[in-house]
Design a protein around this ligand. Structure first.
Ligand SMILES: Nc1ncnc2c1ncn2[C@@H]1O[C@H](COP(=O)(O)OP(=O)(O)OP(=O)(O)O)[C@@H](O)[C@H]1O
Ligand SMILES: [Mg+2]
Length: 311
């Protein structure tokens, strides 16, 4: 199957000015995004995410390497016409209303006036701006501007949606709305490429992720395969005595213990230790209220890979 995005050795060096050295923004990017998946592109500030996206869209010329979007060379009209894009830094014409802005972008994307007019109310409803359709952009709050930006990216019904931090200005409800939109697009078979620092959201909506650092992919793969399946167990019980906690410590590592509150957190490497842990608790005389295993979060994984260099 033709990949939605296929990049090999993509590199960008921004030239230095007045004897200042250049910046290697993207070193050598190898990336493959399949059609129909929601792909999270992660990395700390300055890792090269936006530069990579700009190259994939043909807005920044690569220094080296090749990439295709749906099999077409990046930057070619045939690849661009299938992409909707919400940039990280956007500014729309403030004198336009939401309806006019979407008409403008729909027309730029080659849609007829009639097709735009018919689709605009649905798109603005989808991004939660149904009531603001005839409001000018200058009257919009930051979050409303980001929502209209998402509407702009969706107006031409793209097969690939590229979003560079689409929820940075949104309140928690707005973030959930965007997540719902992304999952809905996925259900329709669309592909989503998402740059984001909000890892809890990425964890909820992405199938696969790549972590970029210093312009190179450190790790990529399905979230379920990347994260450690079980990291720790939270226990709440009466009768967690020092000798019992010490005995439990042989089955994992005691991370926290609050005798008064009756809580204990044990780091474990293998979910198979949980039945034995439970038995030892009961046999040791504890009255157990709860035993909750936790998987590693995407944030913990990110820190492990980027900060601790655990590859
Ligand atoms: N137009 C430019 N000219 C020169 N250097 C640039 C330019 N744009 C980005 N850079 C540099 O390239 C590197 C990567 O920047 P980029 O914006 O791609 O990072 P990012 O991963 O998107 O970061 P953030 O999470 O902060 O958005 C940085 O060192 C940045 O200073
Ligand atoms: Mg960026």
């Amino acid at each position: 199957m033709t990949a939605a995005i296929d990049a090999q050795g993509l590199r960008k060096v921004y030239r230095g000015r007045r004897r200042r050295p250049g910046t290697v923004a993207v070193d050598s990017l190898d990336l493959r995004v399949e059609p129909g998946e929601v792909f999270g592109f992660l990395g700390r500030n300055g890792a090269g995410k936006t530069t990579a996206v700009m190259m994939l869209l043909g807005c920044v010329a690569p220094t080296a390497g090749d990439a295709t979007v749906f099999g077409e060379p990046i930057g070619a009209p045939a690849s661009r016409s299938r992409v909707g894009f919400l940039p990280e830094k956007f500014r729309f014409h403030e004198f336009l209303t939401a309806r006019e802005l979407l008409m403008f972008h729909g027309r730029l994307a080659g849609m007829s006036r009639e097709a735009c007019a018919a689709r605009i109310p649905d798109v603005l409803d989808l991004v939660g701006l149904g009531d603001a359709i005839d409001k000018q952009v200058r009257e919009f709050s930051k979050g409303m501007q980001q929502r209209v930006g998402l509407g702009q990216a969706l107006i031409a019904d793209p097969d690939l949606l590229v979003l560079d931090e689409p929820t940075s200005a949104l309140d928690p409800l707005g973030r959930r709305d965007v997540r719902d939109v992304l999952l809905r697009l996925k259900a329709e078979g669309k592909t989503v490429f998402l740059n984001s620092h909000l890892l809890s959201e990425v964890e909820l909506c992405c199938d696969r992720v790549a972590i970029l650092d210093h312009g190179r992919v450190l790790r990529q793969g399905p979230i379920d395969e990347l994260l450690h399946s079980i990291m720790r167990v939270d226990i709440r019980a009466d009768g967690l005595t020092a000798s019992l906690v010490e005995a439990l410590g042989t089955r994992g590592s005691v991370e926290t213990w609050d005798e008064g509150a009756g809580t204990l957190r044990i780091g474990v490497a293998d979910p198979d230790v949980i039945p034995g842990l439970t038995r030892a608790l009961v046999d040791g005389g504890a009255d157990v209220h709860s035993i909750v295993p936790h998987r590693e979060s995407l944030e913990e994984f990110f820190v492990r890979v980027v900060q601790d260099g655990d590859l």
